[in-house]
Design a protein around this ligand. Structure first.
Ligand code: HEM
Length: 755
């Protein structure tokens, strides 16, 4: 039977036959657990078995529980605990039945609870804790206020009670503030947590040969077993608890018992309560510059707390190498960010999918079918046509009186990159309004697709407080306008994509009157959708997610690179002269460099490398998130740590680069020491496209477009600064966003060169 409980689609199974079909055929699919409000908190962010999401982590934890705690051998080992408790029960019943006070009436309900609690206590902790949890449960206050039995009773009640927020979207959890549930839950959690801390502390002594614990020999209990596996895992000879300036005891928000130990975290600035180091990030400088400055003080592996988020910042090639050579998989997660989640159709595209089988399949599709060398070559005509249009536009502006010859290269580069990605993705340009499917011409005006993509970049790249706090705080976005902007963006993009997909259905209809066209990305994805041999069945939302990926990851990055490279060439006339000489020789009097001739351009490639070194368009890469606990350079890195690799800082590290702040393409010439360094992720000194499994898959796509465009801008025109401006007056400031753009648009005068 199907029901809708609040916002939650709900299935109720009420016969053996249906249960059999489900669990014989679809057991894995039905093995997830919902994230329930109280259970999440009390199970330490779903880190135990019962509420862990189905997956590798749950499998490991269940293995531990089955092997070490609940397997037959272990159950047998606790025989004496059970027998002792049942004997105590019998004694109690006997004494009540013979006592005059109780007139022989036994409250079996109460006694069964006591029995079960005592057995679990004995098995879990090696002794009964009947007392108050304030003193670690040692005093005797059987069932009275402040007692452990009472605390467990309250925990059961909180877990079992009706919670409105479990049936509505996460932002509605604020309701629990008013109905008292949050207060009760927090109190329960705090009391349990304090009690557990004391129990664990007591158990540490069982491992310490020097501790005078005057213990009687005891059966190994559950806490002993878990501490032993932690000890084995950490390969420690003792469970010494370290102390130091940057060590925290982690007990929530990061799955796994390992985090219950004091961690030896990398150095970092002092954290303030609640905001951690967020205030440092919100200063006047840009995040990669702030991180750069802090890393000079705290080192190339630095730990911060941004709001509630443990954060690692990597600022040297050496640390990046250690991480991505040794722990690439652990560092291949992505955090779930508020705006990215919505705009990537619930992380269903490549860039924000969590690391795992689904991401692997989607990335394979994107690499094989959309961004691989063969496919990139197939789109040569789209690129050449767009670069020719660009040259025509610049020519017409430079000869027109209206514009006094001044070309806004920043704007033209965005148009170029958008048009190329549109051509590749949809088979045609959509410059118009998204209300009519983008067909009318309203280049960049209100309601236009370019404007919509621009707003999408802004929403994605803006600062979102909820990305640094627990999920229930996302209601903030209702008040600061982000949610409204995000929903509008999503709706408009979604409507537009629907129309584009609808149009593409006709390409598969033999009766539809079509003109011949090149196969575009939407065609390829729709074909895969119909392919019965395709392992991953992709739906329309996934197709939309992939298209968003191409636009968001591929347009601004490419245009920003071109703008920065042109700006650097304007600042360095010698390099400009040398680059122009090369392209004009290769063009051989034709006035246009074709793609096939790009392989002859050597110096241009060095210019691009140098531009990307000084101005990586995504200077902190796309944030990663660790999927497990690991150690780097002797430091503990907890699971769920957000990771920024400061490619901007690494590219200007004076330990690796001579004259690091100078634009000097010659550093990559064959005769020099940096000649072998390229940007494909093999050399950790230069990481504009990222690194490892999650490195940029669009590298070929971007490289060929940047080379072709730059070559032709330099071939066809001589460039000058407008209005008598001097080189040193050219503003090279950066502006914060998803992509690091030049703050002031690059406006230059183009002089057409005759061929
Ligand atoms: C100059 C141009 C470009 C630069 C500098 C750039 C840079 C990056 C960076 C730094 C990352 C994150 C890598 C990491 O986490 O290690 C990335 C990821 C990505 N890029 Fe690019 N990119 C560019 C162009 C493109 C293009 C043209 C496309 C597609 C048309 C593209 C598609 C992607 C995708 C899908 C991802 C996510 C990969 C994943 O998470 O598995 N990029 N890019």
């Amino acid at each position: 039977m199907f029901l809708q409980l609040g916002f939650i689609p709900t299935l109720v199974v009420s016969s053996a036959q249906v249960a059999k079909e489900i669990f014989k055929t679809h057991d894995i699919i039905f093995s997830g657990r919902p994230v329930l409000y109280a259970a999440k908190k009390l199970s330490y962010n779903c880190s135990a078995v019962s509420f862990a999401p189905y997956g590798d982590y749950w499998l490991e934890m269940r293995k531990i529980v089955m092997l070490e705690l609940l397997g037959q051998k272990r159950v047998r080992a606790f025989q004496s605990v059970r027998e002792e408790e049942v004997k105590t029960l019998i004694k109690t019943v006997t004494s009540i039945s013979t006592s005059l006070n109780y007139s022989g009436v036994v409250n079996l309900s109460e006694l069964m609870v006591t029995l079960a609690n005592n057995v679990v206590c004995g098995v879990a902790f090696g002794k009964k804790y009947n007392g108050s949890y304030y003193d670690g449960g040692d005093s005797e206050n059987n069932g009275k206020s402040g007692g452990i039995r009472e605390l467990l009773h309250e925990t059961q009640n909180v877990l079992g009670g009706f919670c409105m927020a479990d049936f509505f979207p996460p932002w509605l959890t604020w309701i629990n503030k008013f109905n008292g549930l949050e207060r009760r839950l927090n109190k329960c959690f705090r009391d349990l947590d304090n009690f557990y801390d004391k129990v664990i502390e007591e158990h540490y002594h069982h491992f310490d040969p020097n501790h005078n614990h005057n213990q009687t020999k005891h059966i190994e209990d559950v806490v002993d077993v878990l501490l032993q596996s932690l000890k084995d895992f950490l390969n420690c000879t003792n469970l010494e608890v370290k102390t130091g300036s940057n060590q925290v005891e982690q007990n929530e928000d990061t799955p796994g018992m390992v985090q219950r130990r004091k961690l030896n975290l990398p150095p970092g600035p002092i954290r303030l309560p609640i905001i951690g180091n967020l205030h440092q990030l919100l200063g006047n400088t840009l995040p990669h510059q702030t991180f750069g400055r802090l890393s000079h003080q705290y080192g190339p592996i630095m730990f911060l707390q941004l709001g509630f988020i443990p954060t690692l910042v990597v600022s040297s090639a050496q640390v990046a190498k250690e991480i991505f050579k040794t722990h690439d998989i652990i560092f291949s997660g992505r955090p779930v960010l508020y705006a990215a989640k919505k705009l990537s159709y619930n992380c269903s595209a490549v860039s924000f999918a969590p690391y795992g089988d689904y991401w692997r399949e989607m990335r394979k599709i994107v690499m094989l079918e959309l961004l691989g060398q063969k496919r990139v070559r197939a789109f040569q005509s789209v690129r050449e046509e767009e670069v020719k249009t660009l040259i025509k536009t610049v020519t017409s502006i430079s000869t027109s009186l209206n514009y006094s010859g001044v070309v806004n290269l920043s704007e033209l580069m965005v148009t170029l990159a958008n048009n190329v990605v549109c051509g590749v993705a949809f088979g045609k340009k959509y410059n118009g309004s998204y209300y009519d499917g983008g067909d009318s011409e309203n280049n960049g005006k209100s309601g236009g697709i370019r404007e919509l993509l621009h707003e999408t970049q802004n929403v994605l790249g803006g600062f979102c407080m909820a990305d640094f706090y627990p999920r229930w705080l996302t209601w903030i976005n209702k008040f600061n306008g982000l949610e409204r902007r995000l929903n509008k963006c999503f709706r408009d993009l979604d409507n537009f994509y629907d129309k584009v997909i609808e149009e593409h259905y006709h390409h598969f209809d033999p009766n539809h009157n079509q003109t011949k066209h090149n196969e575009d990305v939407v065609d390829v994805l729709l074909q895969l959708q119909r392919d019965p041999n395709q392992a991953l069945k992709i739906n329309n939302n996934q197709i939309k997610g992939v298209i968003t990926d191409l636009f968001i990851a591929g347009t601004d990055t490419t245009s920003a690179s071109l703008v920065w490279i042109m700006a650097e060439l304007m600042m360095n006339p010698e390099a400009m002269k040398r680059a122009q000489k090369e392209v004009r020789e290769v063009a051989n009097g034709k006035g246009f460099v074709e793609e096939i001739q790009l392989s002859k351009l050597n110096y241009i490639k060095l210019v691009i490398k140098e531009g990307l070194r000084l101005h990586p368009p995504v200077p902190l890469l796309v944030p990663r998130e660790t999927t497990e606990f690991c150690r780097v350079k002797g430091y503990d890195i907890p699971s769920g740590t957000r990771v920024f690799v400061n490619a901007g800082e690494i590219g200007r590290d004076s330990n690796h680069w001579e004259k690091p702040n100078e634009f000097w393409p010659e550093r990559f010439l064959e005769s020099s020491s940096s000649s072998s360094i390229d940007y494909t992720g093999k050399h950790f000194e230069l990481l504009p496209f990222g690194v490892g499994r999650r490195g940029c898959p669009g590298i070929n796509f971007a490289a060929v477009l940047i080379e072709l465009t730059l070559a032709n801008l330099l071939c066809r025109f001589d460039w000058e600064l407008p209005n008598g401006m001097k080189r040193q007056d050219l503003n090279m400031e950066e502006v914060f966003g998803l992509t690091m753009n030049k703050k002031i648009p690059l406006c230059l005068v183009a002089k057409v060169v005759d061929f």
